[in-house]
Ligand binder design. Structure first.
Ligand SMILES: [Zn+2]
Length: 280
């Protein structure tokens, strides 16, 4: 599943094609949404926001298109009148005089009034978004120390969108290695210094992923790996995620994996010491 940085990058492309322009045609694949087509046609798009993994396309008349790509959804941007060559199902199409923004395969699409957005059942449960509300490291420490979250294992907590919106499996793995915390650690058992380091790492790596298009390793390391012949992005972008049995770039020990809640969890057994009370 794409994570917050990928959704924000997709939103930037959609925004570049739509914001400040007036739609000439809007169409939906779902019958339940057809009633909104005339409402959104001939209307200027004023903003494209993200909240975690959801995208919000905002119109000047205070209507909003909510979309969540889940696993399959994909945005394409084309020059006006051109459709991409794909067998995917076109679910929503927003045309203007210059471009069309086309959402394929996604099924989680809704249209609602701006004022109803805050009551949306998905959005209402979301924690702050690193790329949206931009919580400070101190605010994140506050959340880590709150009674709701402090006794949870970090492995589950970092994926919980109520804690922070937009983190997924690869960010979780890389953040915990960089912060040198084992996935089964609980915030309650961390020092203030460890929590601050974790909070800063969450912000830093999410922003880095957004800036670099998903390359999490430090720039110096990436340069070195590329010089050693690793030419594919998949081969140099991560230290931990999807690298089980390969050496950790920071210490040389083999990356391990385990299954937690049906999703594979990766960690370095040396960089991330296992807490004494750890139970899987
Ligand atoms: Zn290591």
């Amino acid at each position: 599943m794409p994570e917050g940085p990928e959704i924000r990058l997709a939103a930037d492309r959609v925004a570049a094609a739509l914001v400040g322009r007036t739609t000439t045609r809007v169409s939906f694949d779902f019958n339940r949404l057809k009633q909104f087509e005339p409402l959104l046609t001939g209307c200027q798009v004023i903003d494209v926001k993200t909240r975690g993994k959801a995208m919000l396309t905002c119109f000047e008349n205070d209507w909003v298109m909510y979309s969540h790509n889940q696993l399959y959804g994909r945005w394409y941007i084309s020059p006006a009148g051109e459709l991409p060559d794909t067998c995917r199902q076109l679910r929503a199409a927003l045309h203007n005089a210059d471009y069309c923004a086309l959402l394929y395969s996604a099924s989680d699409i809704e249209v609602m009034r701006l004022k109803d957005l805050e009551e949306h059942p998905f959005l209402i449960r979301l924690g702050p978004d690193i790329l949206g509300e931009k919580p400070s490291p101190q605010e994140i420490v506050g959340r880590l120390q709150s009674k709701y979250f402090r006794n949870r294992q970090l492995a589950g907590l970092l994926l919980d969108q109520r804690f922070l919106a937009g983190l997924g499996n690869y960010l979780r793995a890389e953040i915990l290695t960089a912060a040198r915390l084992h996935p089964l650690t609980k915030p309650a058992n961390c020092s203030e210094r460890q929590l601050l380091k974790l909070a800063r790492t969450i912000v830093r790596l999410t922003l880095r992923s957004y800036r670099t298009g998903g390359i999490i390793n430090p720039p110096g390391l990436v340069k070195k790996l590329m010089a050693e012949g690793k030419s594919k992005k998949e081969d140099y972008r991560f230290n931990t995620y999807n690298r089980e049995n390969q050496p950790c770039y920071f210490c040389g020990h083999e990356i391990e994996s385990s299954n937690a809640g049906g999703r594979k969890m990766y960690f370095c057994p040396f960089c991330q010491a296992r807490p004494e009370d750890a139970q899987e």
